[in-house]
Design a binder for this molecule. Structure first.
Ligand code: SF4
Ligand code: SF4
Length: 453
């Protein structure tokens, strides 16, 4: 299997081996061995839960520094809709986007524009008469990854539409290249940078560099967290450039949970859920076939939606309120860029769809030999039954089942479980005591009793 890229990584020097991350990883992708955490790459979905929760800030996300834009002649920022929720209402969207230009970008195109196109196309996807309902949103890459890892049977339910981020990058590149006679730009001159609220999207950006249609390429991901200070400093300076904010309220409302499904309105039954554990509960229901009356499921890994991303700055509830207030103030202000006919043509062209279908992630079998694999499976069952079953995590695995699997795979020992170790030490202490007693000289009374026999 190809090596997976992950933006989430561990700074070993900061890790204290406290197991906090281990107990909160939704896919059991973390082990703590030798006092340090380790991420099992095939299981990691880049949800960022461990980044959020590590008390020692040892889990981080790889993103690009602002100076990386200097490698390109023409620099384009494509900010996530969440960026608007990071700043107070007194700063207009144009003012925020002007600040983004003033820190080094030549052009800004909101990802909310791509979100509009995807949102309006959802109905076309459903019109196709899918039998794998509910159709599942592909907007949150952490949720798509989760489905690939934990719910492989639902992979076919994920919509085939590209993400708003990818479509926006495509729109920006196409427009610039279409005007190359005037602007003199070649493809390699153009650097498109996503301003990201989360680790999962940063991972998607890196994937875009090596796979798929080159027109969808995104040259880097810069975190909202890293830009917050320079943007805050730039907000009060210079003249505000009018007309940079061209996205509709429906488009930038994708920053909060429910923004995407609102495109389907009352015509369809949809369900939107945020927070990775809530998403897992609903996916369990879908997998069991208990939600087949729902047309569309929008699951977002972070609390509140992208406003809760681990690379944002503002409290997610405050950011959500700001997005909602901006949306309320701007409702109906923007006419969509594409007419209904143009949108259908774009949809039919295939450029709006992923090149490669998503596939379940393949895990290494217990053994290549089927009989041996069954034997190992039985061994796992036996070991698990002998463990205390309280999933305390003190062995360095997220639960007793995972510990039993690690033992059979040769990654752990049974005595890594502190309860097993305690029992063994108690047995050892008892035996040692008995042996010592056997070797001790007899007392006077014992000698007398012995002689009288
Ligand atoms: S939460 Fe995880 S990464 Fe952070 S210190 Fe504890 S074991 Fe290490
Ligand atoms: S990013 Fe998510 S899946 Fe990956 S190790 Fe951290 S908590 Fe687990």
């Amino acid at each position: 299997m190809d090596k997976l890229f992950h933006s989430v990584y561990l700074d070993r020097s900061k890790c204290k081996g406290c197991t906090t991350c281990l107990r909160n990883c939704p896919t059991g992708a973390i082990r703590v061995r030798g006092g340090k955490a380790r991420i099992i790459e095939n299981k990691c979905i880049d949800c960022g839960e461990c980044i959020r929760i590590c008390p020692h800030h040892a889990k981080l996300a790889r993103t690009d520094p602002l100076k990386s834009i200097e490698s390109f002649k023409y620099k384009v920022a494509i900010p996530a809709p969440t960026l608007l929720g990071q700043f107070k209402q007194r700063y207009s969207a144009d003012r925020i986007l002007t600040a983004l230009k003033s820190i080094g970008f030549d052009e800004v195109l909101e990802v909310a524009k791509g979100a509009e196109t995807v949102g309006r196309s959802l109905e076309f996807e459903l019109e196709g008469g899918r039998d794998d309902l509910p159709m599942i949103s592909s907007a949150c890459p952490a949720v798509s990854n989760l489905i690939q890892v934990r719910f492989p049977e639902l992979v076919g339910n994920i919509t085939t539409l590209k993400s708003p981020m990818t479509l926006t990058a495509r729109m920006a590149r196409e427009q610039l290249l279409a005007n190359s006679e005037h602007n003199g730009l070649k493809d390699e001159d153009i650097g498109i940078f996503f301003i990201t609220p989360c680790a999962a999207k940063a991972t998607e950006v890196t994937k875009s560099l090596s796979a798929g249609d080159p027109m969808d390429r995104i040259d880097g991901a810069i975190s909202i967290k890293d830009l917050f200070r320079p943007l805050s400093a730039a907000l009060g300076k210079g003249k505000c450039e009018a007309g940079l904010h061209t996205a509709s309220s429906e488009g930038f409302s994708w920053a909060v949970s429910g923004g995407e499904s609102s495109y389907l309105g009352k015509r369809r039954h949809s369900l939107h859920v945020d927070g990775i554990s809530n998403v897992i509960s609903v996916l369990d229901e879908i997998e069991c076939g208990r939600l087949s009356n729902i047309d569309f499921f929008e699951g977002l890994a972070c609390t509140g939606g992208c406003v809760g991303g681990c690379l944002t700055v503002e409290n997610n509830f405050v950011a959500k309120m700001r997005i909602e207030m901006r949306a309320e103030n701007e409702r109906g202000n923007v006419v969509p860029a594409l007419s209904e006919d143009d949108l259908r043509t774009f949809y039919a062209s295939g450029d709006m769809h992923r090149e490669q279908p998503l596939e379940p992630r393949i895990f290494q079998p217990l053994d290549e030999d089927f009989d041996k694999a069954i034997e190992k499976m039985n061994e796992i069952e036996r070991i698990e039954a002998s463990l205390p079953g309280i999933d305390c995590g003190s062995c360095g695995a997220p639960g007793c089942r995972a510990h039993a699997e690690d033992i059979v795979k040769g990654f752990a020992r049974k005595i890594d479980c502190i309860f097993v170790l305690r029992d063994r030490l108690e047995t050892l202490a008892r035996l040692t005591n008995e042996m010592l007693q056997m070797g001790q000289p007899m007392s006077e009374q014992e000698e007398t009793e012995d002689e009288s026999k």
